[in-house]
Design a protein around this ligand. Sequence first.
Ligand code: SF4
Ligand code: SF4
Length: 61
Amino acid sequence: MYLVAVDKEKCEGCEECVNNCPVSVFQMTDGKADPFQADLCEGCETCVSVCPTGAVTLTEM
Ligand code: SF4
Ligand code: SF4
């Protein structure tokens, strides 16, 4: 199981994580990425790779 989190202070709202997550973990809320379906995360690390500001962190539980 993976824990995906977004640091809203670092998120600049580019939507790259929303557009590239294969299982639609993210939605945008008030201009920031929100991992609203975090339980679906498969740990592919795509969101970490595409985020330009290092706002997304992934931790294996
Ligand atoms: S690690 Fe992969 S599956 Fe998990 S939230 Fe990021 S892009 Fe989606
Ligand atoms: S990729 Fe990073 S900066 Fe862009 S919306 Fe997602 S968390 Fe925010």
